[in-house]
Ligand binder design. Structure first.
Ligand code: C5P
Length: 212
């Protein structure tokens, strides 16, 4: 079984992905980490983030073991990720890795932006997780404050709007809800309620699949 969980930044998709991967016993790949690591590696190498050839070469040689989780979760890493993610050669460089993970015989759960549309369009269940930008901004702002960031809430919300816009308007694999995905809006839900809703949506998708 393949479960595809896509959605916006700070929507709760990562938490839902972790909980569903444990619930269904499926290996989990957080594909945002690949783009974050590519962005951070490019910054470390002093590469121009718009240099498609240089950044794609970095993506092809990516070794995730070289990155601390904390280095990948900063606002700077998120921004760099979304810039390099708009480069088709970078997406191409990271495709096989994700595709191989998705198609492993024991099944898989992947979360990202284009899992249900590009990486695993054949997924058995597809979710699109979203929340109002103000709610996502507040979540992300609290997380960043814990890291000692002095960005204001308004600045964080503005950064999310810019990121959403860049992710949704890029030509290659824009972040968008697959036609057969189920929307989970977490704006007014607790984590528990969101996870419950997500499991119910997956169960319904599996039941639909078994009938056809
Ligand atoms: O999900 P996360 O915030 O870690 O993703 C960081 C950035 O990586 C996103 O803003 C998006 O630009 C990019 N991304 C992507 N495709 C994916 C996962 C992430 O383009 N499958």
């Amino acid at each position: 079984m393949i479960i595809a969980i896509d959605g916006t930044t700070a929507s709760g998709k990562g938490t839902i992905a972790k909980r569903l991967s444990a619930h269904y016993g499926l290996p989990h790949m957080d594909t945002g980490r690949l783009y974050r690591a590519t962005g951070v590696a490019a910054l470390r190498a002093g590469a121009d983030l718009s240099d498609a050839t240089a950044v794609a070469a970095i993506a092809r040689q990516l070794d995730l073991a070289e990155f601390d989780e904390a280095d990948l979760r900063t606002a700077e890493a998120g921004k760099a990720a979304s810039v390099v993610a708009a480069i088709p050669e970078v997406r191409q460089a990271l495709f096989e890795l994700q595709r191989a993970f998705a198609t492993q015989p024991i099944g898989a759960l992947l979360d990202g932006r284009d899992i249900g549309t590009v990486i695993a369009p054949e997924a058995d269940a597809k979710l699109w997780v979203d929340a109002r930008v103000e709610v996502r901004g507040e979540r992300r702002w609290k997380e960043l404050q814990g890291q000692g960031s002095d960005l204001s809430l308004d600045e964080v919300i503005e950064q999310l709007r810019v990121r959403d816009q860049r992710d949704q308007s890029r030509k290659d694999a824009p972040a968008e809800m697959a036609a057969d995905a189920v929307l989970i809006d977490t704006s007014d839900l607790t984590i528990e309620a969101a996870v419950e809703k997500a499991i119910a949506a997956v169960e319904a998708a599996i039941a639909r699949g078994n009938r056809t």
